[in-house]
Design a protein around this ligand. Structure first.
Ligand SMILES: *Cc1c(COP(=O)(O)O)cnc(C)c1O
Length: 425
């Protein structure tokens, strides 16, 4: 492992490709704990937090060279000004590069990452479905500046051409249902378009978009990478075959857009990624157990769930049925390790959907997702395009039985209120 002091001898820089292939043999958690070791030049086990915006140049005039400012202790550690790179975000990006299997850059938020991607690719047309409403807001801002045209995700091939962008979100906000990446990768190949995916709802180890022909992967790192509801973050990862051409340009454009993460967020991000696999696997497995329980209760006559719930949506239900009683093979292939911690409940009654969150004790009624705390949101609080009967649930790490019991007492409280209202009315 790297990390020894170099005692004044010139540090040896391991070739980036050798480093990447060495890390790819490690498990996901071994990568999230160690993929940044090569940047650790101090004996402290935990990373330091550097708040500096600017970095001293060498006192040896012969060592001064344009845009290179290598640290005397570590040949990978080269910083000049924190709008370009900074130590905490660089270590955070080193871990992301390893686990996303493509060179990764961080941004100040998910939407600033999406914005940077659209600015960089500068497509004439973007084919996009529903999904996260904020990305549509970014497109409207871009339309003010360029002639960018928005097409339906499932538009005809003839409407797309080389340089255009197909942007797929999977699993989809707010329902947690998935889309077939191989299908859209084939469409991108046929039309010459670039394929990007917003994989926020399925971080590693749930989904590896590059295995299905995707060119750019975007994440709102605010969600699972942060995982504790305390940092904003966006990520772009570039497919290895595009990286040599695209990465230096994306980095240069980020320098001018200025949408970099702060050092505190970089530090929190490293702290959070260490436990990514533990959190995500548990949250996803617990969501699946809750969905299975809810689906059973919904069919059981007399249950408080059956009285209130009209529909449950999640990729774990979607995979079960292709209409012929068979599994969806593409979905099992695309998400072999679980279907993600977010699902949606559509209630029969809008008033129930508005009131259920306030009956719950363990679920916070709040927007966002991906944190260790379970959240429920009456989605029309923040997305006017969503049906007013829809609740979005993001499962945290509390344990599914306690969350189930909380939902039961919540549905019971609703039922009691309905009975009371019927009596007095
Ligand atoms: C939250 C979210 C975003 C936006 O990310 P921010 O970090 O809030 O800017 C984009 N896409 C999806 C799917 C999201 O859930």
């Amino acid at each position: 492992m790297a990390g020894e002091e170099t005692n004044g001898t010139a540090p040896v820089k391991e070739n980036a490709t050798t480093l990447a292939s060495r890390l790819q043999h490690l498990s996901l958690s071994a990568q999230t704990v160690h993929a940044d070791d090569f940047l650790n030049s101090h004996s402290a086990v935990a990373p330091p937090m550097h708040v500096s915006t600017t970095f001293r140049y060498s006192r040896n005039p012969d060592e001064l060279s344009y845009m290179v400012n290598t640290s005397p202790h570590n040949a990978h550690d080269s910083h000049i000004y924190s709008r370009m790179t900074a130590p905490n975000t660089q270590r955070f990006e080193a871990i992301l590069t390893s686990i996303l299997r493509g060179p990764s850059l961080s941004y100040s938020s998910g939407l600033s990452a999406f914005h940077a991607m659209v600015v960089f690719l500068n497509p004439k047309r973007i084919a996009i479905g529903g999904g996260y409403h904020g990305c549509h807001g970014v497109i409207r801002v871009m339309q003010k500046l360029t002639g960018l045209r928005q097409l339906d995700l499932d538009c005809a091939d003839a409407e797309l051409g080389p340089g255009d962008l197909i942007h797929v979100e999977t699993p989809l906000n707010p329902t947690g249902e998935a889309r077939d990446l191989e299908f859209y990768a084939a469409k991108a190949r046929r039309t010459g378009a670039v394929l990007s995916v917003d994989a926020t709802f399925a971080p590693p180890p749930l989904l590896d978009p590059f295995a299905f022909g995707v060119d750019v992967v975007m994440h709102s790192g605010t969600k699972y990478f942060g995982g504790h509801s305390d940092m904003l973050c966006g990520v772009l990862a570039v497919a290895p075959h595009r990286a040599e051409e695209w990465l230096p340009k994306l980095l240069m454009e980020r320098l001018f857009l200025g949408s970099v993460m702060g050092s505190m967020e970089g530090w929190l991000g490293i702290r959070s990624l260490r436990t990514l696999e533990l959190r995500v696997l548990k949250q996803s497995a617990d969501a699946e157990k809750l969905v299975r329980w809810l689906a059973t209760e919904k069919e059981r006559a007399g249950s408080v769930v059956a009285d209130a719930v009209a529909e449950i949506q999640h990729a774990s239900l979607q995979v079960k049925n292709n209409g012929k009683g068979e599994e969806l093979a593409w979905l099992r292939r695309q998400m072999p390790n679980g279907f993600g911690p977010v699902f949606a409940l559509s209630l029969k009654d809008e008033n129930d959907a508005r009131r259920l969150p306030s009956k719950l004790v363990l679920f916070h009624h709040a927007t966002s997702l991906g944190g260790v705390e379970s959240l429920i949101e009456w989605r029309s609080m923040t997305d006017a395009s969503v049906d007013k009967r829809l609740l979005r649930l993001s499962i945290g790490v509390e344990g599914w039985e306690d969350l189930r019991d909380d939902l039961v007492q919540g549905f019971e409280a609703l039922a009691k209120e309905r009975a009371g209202a019927a009596q007095s009315g």
